[in-house]
Design a protein around this ligand. Structure first.
Ligand code: GDP
Length: 305
């Protein structure tokens, strides 16, 4: 069976991993997930991208909302509000169970990777879901309203502040989590999901052990562009590129990953200047499950060209 390692953030990446999981020809999937968005809230350890993967791959994700679980109830949040608790970051009742259990297990010394693997097994997820690291890495943004930790920027301030610099605190000394280096070195293909390159993929790439494994790996590396019709499908990718002085187009995505990738999969309608890397095309907007499978298959086809 072909072994595929996917570097992924939350929503954009989870769609691609789900597509890989539903292909007619099965593949062995290791999803290497960004944890630089993780933070502590109300004493709980929140891992937004890992949870998006777990909920999406187990069929529990609330797709309309883009985060959390389907059919969620909100008694905890309502009670918290009555008591004057901070409610800018919503935790539904079932979601809370995952957060309490993860935080308790982390508190008793277990690693995030072990806990994540156990949750994935309980929910019968066949793909390996691997946090990029068990160490603490935190994305901080320099903005026009001062330095902001990622979730304050993303959720509380709804990405409104203008970003001038992105920093991944702790990344230099972070070690790849167990299984991550092995997944990259053992992969036939490494995919970079259409996640935010600057906020979701870069923190994975800067973990020294991961960068080293990618350079040593014989696998073809293919990125899927997060741009469709010259725009980001969701989130601050395009806004951020503008603020950082980067053109919002596939040439910029190709340049960003230039040292790393052998190919870039772009949307049918979007221009890209031919260069050293191979270019693949399909309709890359992933709305239905068929879309997700098509994009996954196109990315793997580009890898075997
Ligand atoms: P987050 O961590 O949940 O914000 O999500 P990611 O970083 O994984 O994904 C956000 C990025 O995914 C955005 O730049 C979107 O443009 C991209 N994205 C989301 N859905 C799609 C899709 O259906 N197709 C493509 N090509 N990109 C997508």
């Amino acid at each position: 069976m072909k072994r595929v390692a996917v570097l992924t953030g939350g929503v954009g990446g989870a769609k691609l991993v789900l597509g890989l999981q539903h292909m007619a020809q099965p593949v062995e999937i290791s999803a290497i997930v960004n944890t630089a968005d993780d933070f502590r809230h109300l004493g709980l350890h929140v891992s937004p991208d890992i949870d998006t993967l777990l909920y999406t791959l187990s069929g529990k994700a609330n797709r309309a909302q883009g985060w959390g679980r389907e059919g969620e109830s909100w008694a905890f949040l309502a009670a918290l509000r009555e008591l004057g608790g901070e409610d800018w970051f919503a935790l539904g009742d079932s979601d809370l169970a995952l957060h309490v259990l993860r935080s308790a297990r982390l508190g008793s010394g277990e690693a995030l990777s072990t806990i994540t693997g156990d949750f994935a097994a309980k929910w019968r997820i066949t793909a390996k879901v691997l946090p990029m690291t068990d160490d603490r890495v935190a994305t901080w943004l320099d903005t026009d309203v001062g330095p902001l930790e990622f979730q304050r920027y993303f959720v509380e301030q709804r990405c409104a502040p203008k970003v001038s610099r992105i920093e991944f605190r702790g990344a230099d000394s972070a070690r790849a989590a167990p299984g991550v280096v092995e997944a990259i070195l053992g992969a036939d293909v490494v995919l970079i999901a259409p996640s935010n390159p600057y906020l979701s993929v870069d923190p994975i790439l800067v973990v020294p052990g991961i960068g080293k494994a990618l350079r040593a790996s014989a696998a073809r590396v293919i990125a899927v562009s997060p741009l469709v019709g010259g725009k980001a499908v969701k989130g601050p990718t395009a806004k951020l590129m503008g603020e950082l002085g980067i053109a919002v187009d596939n040439d910029a995505i190709a340049a960003h990953y230039a040292r790393l990738i052998d190919g870039l999969l772009v949307d049918n309608g979007d221009p890209v200047t031919p260069g050293k890397i191979a270019i693949g095309r399909t309709d890359t907007l992933m709305t239905t499950i068929e879309d997700r499978v098509r994009v996954a298959e196109a990315a793997l086809a580009l890898a075997s060209e």
